[in-house]
Design a protein around this ligand. Structure first.
Ligand code: SAH
Length: 356
């Protein structure tokens, strides 16, 4: 990635605070170019990088290895960190954060600790325009895309709060990542190269936006792509996901096959289980027919309740019956028992409501 995003506004930026792009999200090359424009030696760029990504500095004024005089000049240059507005811990250790952004908007982030991992579920938009029927985020409407620094900040915030390195990031919080592709890809680059998380430990989840999966394939990333399929046919998918009306399931699956062919990476299909709606054995059979012949995996997500709709989570037996059909059809399958239910931090429960 080039140094352009920071290059032009930066010369005049100390006096014109509002035009400044925040430094978080920038690569070491971009930061080096920036310090040099400020008349500083190149090695200051590496120091700045270390202070932003490893020490988590929130103001350049606090970088003690810089001269006092220069620190005072650049003290107003935004690093781009949020503040924790609210934090709640579920009994299973999952932590939900409401983070306040520089314009006052709030987004949700979830930290999910397991024995060997610390996973962060990041938001990519304030709200979401997709309005899937079973998802709390969609019920709250859409405000705006997140900038790259606002996505990276979520990971650093969880890392600091847990005092533990984040091992995995899933782009499964509020918003539709492929409606914000530029910032999401910039955040992926940064999380990989600057924060140091392996690409294979990053998962992008999308409901499917026409042509965007093909475009993503051209980047030849090693990240995992998860696609929210949720139904085995067009008619049922349309009932659950409004955007499916203008993007036929066959077209979506064709793009997915192309993605696998180009990247060599298998796709993970997310499938929410709604009792009596899409969880019957015949649905599993129909699903398996679509998924034959290319590398994929089905991740079943038993429905997590939200207030506005009266879907039900299927019983354990029904879930197991669905799994069995897929296995008989030689489809790789797993069940995601969501963490953080008690903190309203599980899949689909994210909304920026005030603390209870
Ligand atoms: N916009 C992205 C990320 C959404 S959240 C996408 O659609 O993939 C990640 C997953 O949680 C998606 O598969 C989403 O459909 C699912 N989800 C939404 N509401 C849910 C709920 N109430 N219970 C279980 N999963 C839900």
């Amino acid at each position: 990635m080039s140094a352009t995003p920071l290059a032009s506004p930066v010369n005049s930026l100390v006096s014109e605070k509002t035009t400044l792009p925040p430094l978080l999200g920038a690569s070491v090359a971009e930061l080096t170019a920036w310090v040099q424009q400020q008349g500083q030696p190149a090695y200051r760029g590496k120091q700045l990088h270390e202070w932003i990504y490893q020490k988590g500095v929130r103001s350049l004024f606090d970088i003690s290895v810089f001269s006092k005089q220069w620190r005072a000049t650049v003290a107003d240059v935004p690093v781009g960190r949020s503040t924790i507005h609210y934090r709640s811990v579920a009994p299973d250790g999952t932590v939900k954060y409401l983070l306040q952004l520089s314009d006052g908007e709030i987004v949700e982030t979830v930290g999910i600790p397991t024995e060997k991992r610390l996973t962060v579920c990041v938001s990519t938009q304030v709200g979401c325009p997709m309005a899937c029927d079973f998802c709390a985020t969609g019920k709250g409407g859409y405000k705006r895309n997140l900038e790259r620094h606002e996505i990276v900040d979520q990971v650093l915030t969880v890392q600091e709060d847990f005092q533990q390195r984040v091992s995995h990031v899933v782009f499964m919080g509020m918003g539709e990542p492929l409606l914000n592709t530029d910032n999401v890809l910039a955040a992926v680059r940064c999380l990989n190269q600057d924060v140091g998380i392996g690409q294979r430990s990053l998962t992008l989840s999308t409901v499917g936006i026409r042509d965007r999966i093909s475009q993503l394939a051209e980047h030849h990333l090693q990240v995992t792509l998860a696609v929210s399929l949720h139904a085995p046919n067009q008619a049922l998918r349309e009932k659950l996901i409004p955007s499916a009306h203008s993007y036929h399931i066959e077209d979506l699956l064709a793009e997915c096959r192309e993605y696998v062919a180009i990247t060599g990476r298998r796709i993970s299909f997310e499938y929410i289980l709604l009792a009596g709606v899409n969880d019957l054995p015949e649905h599993a059979l129909e699903l398996s027919k679509h998924l034959r012949g290319f590398q994929n995996h089905v991740n079943l997500i038993p429905y997590n309740p939200i207030a506005e709709v009266d879907y039900k989570r299927p019983s354990g037996d029904r879930i197991q019956a669905f799994v069995t059909v897929l296995q008989q059809q030689h489809i790789a399958v797993s069940v995601r028992y969501s963490r953080g239910l008690e903190a309203d931090a599980a899949c689909g429960q994210l909304r920026t409501k005030s603390p209870r």
